[in-house]
Design a protein around this ligand. Sequence first.
Ligand SMILES: Nc1ncnc2c1ncn2[C@@H]1O[C@H](COP(=O)(O)OP(=O)(O)OP(=O)(O)O)[C@@H](O)[C@H]1O
Ligand SMILES: Nc1nc2c(ncn2[C@@H]2O[C@H](COP(=O)(O)O)[C@@H](O)[C@H]2O)c(=O)[nH]1
Length: 188
Amino acid sequence: MNGKLIIFSAPSGSGKSTIINYLLKQDLNLQFSISATSRPPRGTEQNGVEYFFLTPEEFKRRIANGEFVEYEEVYPDRFYGTLKSQVEKQLTEGQNIIFDVDVVGGCNIKQFYGERALSVFIQPPSIDELRKRLEGRGTDSPETIESRIAKASFELSYAPKFDLVIVNDNLEAAETQALEAIRKFLAQ
Ligand SMILES: Nc1ncnc2c1ncn2[C@@H]1O[C@H](COP(=O)(O)OP(=O)(O)OP(=O)(O)O)[C@@H](O)[C@H]1O
Ligand SMILES: Nc1nc2c(ncn2[C@@H]2O[C@H](COP(=O)(O)O)[C@@H](O)[C@H]2O)c(=O)[nH]1
């Protein structure tokens, strides 16, 4: 296995996907880790691109088969997980992998891969700003937004467990900070 792992975690709406999309366009030989989920696709999402979309039954069958590095029931009946086969394939191909996972999953992947992984926590400037971003994104119902906000305080308490915390207030500054840290880590 030759590649390295970059793990991004944060409360939903902090800006992980936005920063990850920026990093994927840089010359870092980064590939997105495609997780499996039992939630339905949103908008233009496609199976095998943003996620592998599984039924809850299929997800549970694969858990029983030991196919995940880690998995979480992030919201009731909504499973998300990292497939071992997917990670190992990308690493042996020499690719660096970037993960967008919840805080518990992020800590589990870091623990599993140790020094080969850099874990990054994206912190929103405040809970009020987080709510504005989720509302502004326009992809989730008011109930879903409330359940994500309700979880944010718990998730923020995980920040000290990560190798690096980036406060995403000014987006450009946050992207530059992430890019510089990842360049340094990959060069080690
Ligand atoms: N620094 C910023 N200032 C203002 N808006 C931002 C900033 N960063 C991201 N956003 C906006 O906030 C919204 C949420 O960002 P994004 O979808 O990247 O969050 P996320 O952490 O990936 O969420 P999820 O975990 O739900 O996928 C998006 O509409 C994005 O354009
Ligand atoms: N533990 C894991 N968490 C994951 C994984 N893939 C995504 N996620 C997290 O789920 C939420 C919600 O994502 P959304 O696409 O429904 O907005 C988000 O916080 C992701 O970070 C995974 O493989 N493992």
